[in-house]
Design a protein around this ligand. Structure first.
Ligand code: SAM
Length: 200
């Protein structure tokens, strides 16, 4: 599936470091991320059990990273968990978001401890996570926080005008059952695409 141009290019969080930037307005997401730490530690332990001992380089992706301080929180947690349990020499980190995301701010705000670590390699991976982003076999762990509920597009029946979702920009309490079903179908399509894009 190919994303419509509008969804691929013009949807993004507010970049920069100003008072309306995502980075300065994402504290609730950060608090939720802190609760994810035990789950992430367990996921890293599982992942390493499946990873051959001789693996020299571990690949981690943050899918839908946006910009701001939240980005490196989960990634740093994952790197710490990998390093405590595994002797791999290098960790590759891929920071993914849609192409209009403020990647300049992302890279400007990377913590020095990661930026200057000779065994950590941080890359930008612009594109949609509803398609392939990485070469086969290059990822060991994918993290996505507050991003996977985004759709690839407005359900086609709403775009065509077959359904009308008056007063809402998403599936809401006042949406009709048919509109809610259209969003549910879109979610199934998107999640299937997301999982099959990561399946090799
Ligand atoms: C609410 S932000 C979450 C940012 C960060 N992960 C956090 O937890 O604070 C959602 C991000 O997902 C990105 N996003 C939405 N759909 C995407 C897609 N199809 N591919 C890649 N990124 C996407 C958006 O551009 C946005 O930056």
């Amino acid at each position: 599936m190919v994303l419509p141009v509008s969804a691929r290019h013009s949807v993004h969080m507010n970049g920069g470091e100003g008072i309306t930037s995502y980075g300065r307005n994402s504290t609730p997401q950060r608090r939720a991320q802190e609760k994810l730490v035990p789950l992430l530690e367990a996921a890293v332990a599982d992942m390493l059990r499946e990873t051959p001992n001789h693996t020299r380089s571990i690949g981690i992706a943050d899918l839908g990273c946006s910009s701001g301080p939240n980005i490196m929180f989960l990634v740093s947690t994952a790197i710490g968990a990998v390093r405590r349990r595994c002797s791999a020499d290098d960790v590759r980190v891929y920071l993914n978001d849609l192409p209009d995301n403020d990647f300049n701010t992302v890279f400007r705000q990377l913590p020095e401890s990661l930026l200057w670590d000779a065994n950590i390699f941080i890359f930008g991976a612009p594109g949609s996570f509803f398609g392939r982003l990485f070469p086969a076999g290059s990822l060991h762990l994918a993290i996505s926080s507050f991003s996977l509920h985004w759709f690839s597009q407005v359900p086609q029946d709403l775009l065509d005008g077959k359904l009308v979702n008056r007063g809402n920009i998403c599936a809401g309490r006042t949406s009709s059952p048919a509109v809610n079903e259209a969003y549910a179908r879109q979610f199934c399509t998107d999640l299937t695409m997301f999982l099959s894009s990561r399946a090799c």
